[in-house]
Design a protein around this ligand. Sequence first.
Ligand code: PGA
Length: 257
Amino acid sequence: MTSENSKLTRLLAGNWKMNGLRAALAEIRALGRGLAEVQGAEVVICPPATLAAEAVKAAEGTRIAIGGQDCHTHRSGAFTGDISAPMLRDIGASYVILGHSERRQYHAETDALVAAKVSAACEAGLKVILCVGESEAVRAEGGAETLVAAQLDAGIPEDCRPEDLSVAYEPIWAIGSGRTPTAAQIAGMHSALRVALGSRFGGDVSAKIRILYGGSVNPGNAEAILAVPGVDGALVGGASLKAADFLAIIRAAGVRR
Ligand code: PGA
């Protein structure tokens, strides 16, 4: 199950955001059972921090990796309410989402802070899903590709190992809205991001970095979105909360046109 364009193993990541009580762990078990029949794709669930340790247990014996939704720049210290990258590693998480637009918007995260978090995550041995994306106003004005490519570059620290990095292109206006960009807009942005990665890491190395699409991916549109050239997977919010829906999206990642 590879992306037609890049031949990379596709990455399907579920971002549960601030959703899920302990009963939701049953969805991880159900997803694990369903995945036994699906080949190839790499699957990650990023539950709220309260569920992360139990989610690791629920995912044992399945292909599901568990990730955090954020981490601090420091390994430990007086940072009330925060979670560090080594803490995520300690419970058996292997991924972390960083730079999500909701963190940038509600927690005033800047590109520099995001880069410092990426650095901390890589140092702790986590794989990073680095999110970038434009607002509706920027998309309307034009120049979204230039801006988002610069945002990506600014979010990648000097010490980032490219093998630890995946990128998620998430237009802010498409998140949770039911609206998605056109195939041409997605293809154009993914190609601009691929160029930006190329200038940071060189063509051969950057070709191995997966670029996911995120924003209102659901079982009905997943096949079309995942067929867009340059899309190496998806970061899925609402539709990852139910195992059946997320499984349908993961299956769509394997469909060839
Ligand atoms: P959505 O969220 O799939 O609910 O639009 C995606 C995300 O924010 O990662």
